[in-house]
Write a protein that binds this ligand. Structure first.
Ligand code: HEM
Length: 464
């Protein structure tokens, strides 16, 4: 058939000259952002799986059909300028780096994210899961929103494993860091949504910039201090490390940095990026998993029976060997990430001409991969909306219609870390408690991630 140009693309209703669809984003509110975003994604699906949404004059093309998503993930490596808004904090760390820089640093970082390193983290994952279980048990309420406890636990874990910062020893500093990190994203998203502030000139004189700069200064101070201290420790002592022994990521990266010529600043940017990438991602996924299992007691029982089969009726730590045997639990986590991909969409920019359906896109076009709808595409079958961990028995381990950890080469570096830590947390929690909840009451919101907004209460019953 005849190829058409971008101008012929169906466009989302409500387009206005000059500003395009930006006015739809006005009135910043996380819940609204998710509502608008979901409407755009759903409309794109209705319009045949490819549709434009205009940020001013520049089009974002939404795609959610498996073949189109494949093309975009293969041919569009460059990140969108909206990532630049996080650069004052994360600099050229993996997440925000331009492709040329990323190619070099990702190779170095891959050398740190090894199975040995993860095995060394098992003790931290286990003690953090024990801690969480105790907190749930000590909570005076049997029915409560677990989200804050999960989020704090998640941040503690990433601080321990990445920079060996122990929140129990530095309670005040940790609390300051926790508040700063929860503020920074709200501030960055505000800049994006108050689109006039995207202009560096206007932004320069705004109150938002003053606020943001202060928070970033705090965040940088903390990571700089911790890194410098650690560097001194490493250099002052003989560093004998046994295999499988815990070593924070930073040690490995500091070592590699000498070999590979990373500056102190680069080390800081990578550590800040790791902490950002891992600070509440597993917490959100765990909240969704508890909601799903709490609303389906039959499947929860199946998980429980598996845990008992593998670990017996003890409260011992989860060992490396156990992880491989907790196969149904793994399916539960995958299915949770299918229905609730915490990163529901990824913007990417093409570096060459690209043909999608009947349209020809020039280099420099922006696509938004809509993972939320991809995960509900008809290829998943008529029960795509249902929580069915069993479906994974018949699927490839990572089918191409499944992208909870991102697209193309710039996928999540923390995927194995996340799977391991979530498995361990759930094994500890689910053998101690029976969870009930009502997922039909769950509402969602979005800032940098997809999060529960309300209705995410759970009720715990201690298992005998
Ligand atoms: C359930 C847990 C997690 C999910 C669903 C998840 C998802 C993702 C996704 C979708 C991306 C790609 C983002 C994009 O294209 O812009 C990504 C990138 C990244 N994630 Fe994760 N993530 C998780 C946990 C973690 C953890 C625990 C860490 C750190 C230990 C981490 C560190 C990173 C980093 C550094 C990147 C940038 C990678 C690069 O561009 O090279 N993530 N993650």
């Amino acid at each position: 058939g005849r190829m058409r140009s971008v101008k012929d693309l169906p466009s989302y209703p409500g387009w206005l000259p000059v500003i395009g669809h930006l006015h739809l984003l006005l009135g910043y509110e996380e819940k609204k952002l998710w509502t608008v975003f979901k409407q755009i994604c759903d409309e794109a699906t209705r319009r045949g799986g490819v549709m434009a949404f205009y940020l001013g004059p520049s089009a974002l093309t939404f795609v959610s059909d498996p073949e189109d998503v494949q093309l975009v993930s293969r041919y569009c490596q460059e990140k969108h300028y909206m990532y630049d808004m996080a650069k004052p904090w994360l600099g050229n760390g993996l997440l925000t780096a331009d492709t040329a820089t990323w190619k070099i640093t990702r190779k170095v970082m891959n050398l740190a994210f090894t199975p040995q390193m993860l095995n060394g983290f098992m003790s931290v994952f286990n003690s953090q899961a024990q801690r969480l279980t105790t907190q749930f048990e000590d909570n005076p309420e049997r029915t409560f929103v677990p989200h804050t406890m999960l989020t704090i636990n998640n941040l503690e874990t990433i601080c321990l494993t990445s920079i060996a910062f122990d929140p129990q020893k530095h309670k005040e500093l940790f609390e300051r860091y926790r508040v700063a990190i929860s503020n920074i994203f709200a501030l960055l998203v505000q800049r994006f949504l108050r689109f006039w502030l995207q202009s560096p000139f206007i932004y320069k004189f705004s109150k938002l910039k003053t606020q943001t700069d202060m928070v970033i200064k705090d965040l940088h101070n903390l990571s700089n201090t911790v890194i410098q201290k650690r560097k001194a420790i490493i250099e002052s002592k003989e560093h004998l490390v046994k295999e499988d022994q815990f070593r924070p990521l930073m040690d490995i990266i500091l070592e590699l940095s000498k070999e590979k010529g990373l500056s102190d600043r680069q080390v800081r940017e990578e550590m800040d990026t790791i902490i950002f990438g891992g600070h509440d991602t597993t917490a959100n996924t765990l909240t969704f998993a508890l909601m799903l299992l709490g609303s389906d007691l039959e499947k929860q029982e199946k998980v429980y029976q598996e845990i008992i089969e593998v670990m017996g009726h003890s409260d011992r730590d989860v060992e490396k060997e156990d992880l491989l045997k907790l196969v149904y639990l793994e399916k539960v986590i995958k299915e949770t990430l299918r229905l609730y991909p915490i990163a529901p969409a990824f913007p990417r920019v093409s570096t060459s001409e690209l043909k999608i359906k009947t349209y020809t896109f020039p280099a420099g076009s922006t696509f938004v991969v809509d993972a939320f709808n991809l995960h509900r595409h008809s290829v998943w079958g008529p029960d795509a909306e249902e929580f069915k961990p069993e479906r994974w028995e018949k699927l490839d381990s990572w089918p191409k219609e499944y992208m909870p950890f991102g697209v193309g080469r710039r996928t999540c570096i923390g995927k194995m870390y996340a799977m391991m830590s979530m498995k361990i947390s759930l094994a500890h929690l689910l053998r101690r408690f029976k969870v009930t909840s009502d997922i039909s009451k769950l509402t969602l919101k979005m800032d940098s991630l997809l999060r529960p907004e309300s209705g995410h209460v759970i009720t715990l019953e201690l298992r005998k």
